[in-house]
Design a protein around this ligand. Structure first.
Ligand code: PMP
Length: 369
């Protein structure tokens, strides 16, 4: 029924005069939106000028760092809460519970505040105090718990689930396997990209954490273009999905790690699984290429982006080079560098991670911390 959701989204959007996804008569830039949730989505699609000139393609980045919570995850947060409301799992004054250390928690905190729900977050206690403080000041109740693997019942995800089960009028939003997450991208991100490019998009590429963005956008663009738009997964070190796809479905043990936060996977989630066969291919992007792109995006495009965004940009450049001149390639600028600046622009951190050599000489002036 993702096919049905996508077909309905294509038909609905086709009837609209302007991309209008939030029940108001005009797009966000032209009118007033109702509350914070109305400000989620309808982000600009930015032409990456330098990379576009260099490749002879239109290489475009969806500016998800401009969402109110600062990341792509605001969309999923809104949809998992809306879904719980529609299914009667969440009544006024209820509680949302999630296991997350990152952007989903921040997105949920904004959405829950604006809708009057309580938010409880479980996260591994290896996370920075800064993340805990931010969630708390956004009104969340935060439980840092010992960082144990997923198969341990005390893993933060299972604790979140149990917390919701033991509480009246509470829901565990379960971003990894709750397909309301991908629906956000079938109904908003995908249609926005289609409209913003006047249907001229040739390829989409991005990395995945839950898989919601990649699967949802891919499903919409394939449906709207009758299969013409190509879609690719970009995978960081320590993720198993590139090898899963390129081996035709063999799941290997997860080893290694990456500096890119919020992406990489050890399994095929319910958000990605049903549509993984729609993908036209996948690629691996090293941390060296991602970090170099963090500095290039800043210097050449003026964009201050997190590492997952820059992995995506590096992948989009690779896809543009493969497709050849004249194509339009879209990717996602997931969040800004603000939350990662103490690492990405620190000489000590870059040296510890053995990435200092990946920064081109003329860009070393940005290593200021
Ligand atoms: N980049 C960042 C910074 C993220 O926080 C996330 C979400 N974990 C992603 C990319 C991946 O998005 P998705 O969960 O839709 O695959």
């Amino acid at each position: 029924n993702f096919a049905t959701t996508a077909r309905r989204a294509v038909e609905t959007v086709a009837q609209m005069e302007a991309p209008n996804l939030y029940g108001v008569g005009v797009s966000k830039a032209q009118g007033v939106v109702k509350g914070l949730t109305g400000a989620i989505g309808n982000t600009p699609l930015i032409r990456l000028n330098h990379i576009s000139e260099a490749t002879g393609c239109e290489v475009l980045g969806k500016a998800e760092f401009m969402n109110p919570g600062g990341s792509i995850k605001d969309r999923a947060a809104l949809y998992v809460v809306k879904d719980a409301e529609e299914r009667g799992l969440l009544q006024p004054g209820g509680t949302v519970v999630e296991g997350t250390a990152g952007n989903t928690g921040i997105g949920l905190a904004h959405v829950c505040r604006s809708k009057g729900y309580k938010l409880v977050i479980y996260m591994p206690n290896t996370q920075s105090q800064g993340k805990i403080d931010l969630l708390r000041l956004l009104g969340a109740e935060v439980y840092p718990v010992p960082a144990v693997p997923f198969d341990n019942p005390d893993n933060y995800n299972h604790q979140a689930k149990r917390h919701a089960e033991n509480l009246e009028n509470a829901v565990w939003t379960n971003q990894f396997d709750n397909v309301a997450n991908r629906k956000a991208h079938i109904e908003t991100t995908g249609p926005e990209i289609w409209h913003q490019t006047n249907g001229k998009v040739d390829a989409f590429v991005c990395a995945t954490g839950t898989g919601g963005t990649l699967a949802g956008v891919t499903r919409y663009l394939k449906t709207a273009s009758d299969g013409r738009v190509k879609s690719f997964l970009a995978d960081p070190p320590g993720s198993v999905l590139h090898s899963y796809i390129s081996s035709g479905g063999k799941l290997i043990e997860r080893t290694g790690s990456s500096i890119t936060e919020g992406i990489g996977q050890g399994r095929v989630t319910d958000n990605l699984g049903p549509d993984i066969d729609l993908l036209d291919g996948s690629m691996h992007v090293s941390d060296e290429r991602s970090i170099e792109m963090v500095y290039r995006c800043l210097d050449e495009e003026g964009l201050y982006l997190g590492a997952s965004s820059c992995l995506n940009v590096a992948a989009a450049r690779e896809v543009a080079e493969k497709l050849g001149k004249g194509h339009t390639v879209v990717t996602v600028l997931c969040d800004g560098a603000y939350r990662y600046a103490d690492r990405l622009f620190s000489k000590k951190w870059l040296t510890d991670k053995k990435l200092i050599g990946a920064i081109p000489k003329h860009l070393e002036k940005y290593i200021v911390l």
